[in-house]
Design a protein around this ligand. Sequence first.
Ligand code: F6P
Length: 321
Amino acid sequence: YKSIGVLTSGGDAPGMNACIRAVVRSASAMNIKVWGVEGGFTGLIRGKYKEMGNRDVGNILQRGGTILQTARCEEFRAPAGRREALREMNNAGMEALVVIGGDGSLNGAQKLAELGVPVVGVPASIDNDIYGTDMAIGVDTALNTIVDAIDKLRDTASSHTRAFLVETMGHASGYLAIQAGIVTGAEMVLVPEVATSVEDVAARVEEAYRRGKAHCIIVVAEGFSPPTNELAEAIDKLDHGFTTRVSILGHIQRGGSPTAFDRMLASRFGMKAVEFLVDGKLNMMTALRGREIVPVPIADVVSNARPVAEEYIEMARVLSL
Ligand code: F6P
């Protein structure tokens, strides 16, 4: 290839910048020109891209967010939008594309691949809900942010003998909640994958009280039903000893400087993405399997779900008793 494009799409994730940097620098080492597309697939449709050299990606490795900006692009879901994108790519002489993003973004990448564009996907989403890879970019940083928040909430919870419902992100996946629950020693974790009644939650809170605990931390995945605020109101009406408070962690989980793990993963994914393109491993996603980075067909990624491992659900339950 003489020239390729790179874009970030969907929700941002800490480590995206480290990945952009790795794509640009490894391509540059092979004398391949890189176009940085701004604002995800929207930028592709509108022809918003700029040439990026090694110096343009200096001092970004340690920064959260994405210097290329990102978006969830409705227009790209329609064939007309994708046609425009293809036209712009041809205009720029962009021969292939690296798409850094989550499930929706990889779906977009697959649609481009079906139009004959050589693409490589890089999984980036704090949710860790992408099939085929052990970890996506941003997950580790988000988890560490959650752990820091819950440790702090526990201080205030135990000072006031309170039960805290702490809501984590994750879209429809309970991954972040389960992992955070295990490593913070939460009294209970509520995830969309496991239906739990309001009465069961209240009973667990009461049990913690009877055992003499000074606090009760319940991690609630945002995809859990009923919604966290409703759940808090419902359990507050039942007598269980603690007073209840809610803390919704929200978008704080998406920001911040990437951890060492995320910087390394993003850098490895970025280099491998360019390597896959050059080696003709097309329409693949870079995936972490154990310690190796392997190609997984994007078509497989977008047609499969990534369930939360039963093992962790069980672990969270047993260790919280
Ligand atoms: O996919 C990442 C994520 O942060 C999810 O955890 C969450 O459900 C969603 O994005 C929030 O989207 P937005 O930033 O559009 O509010």
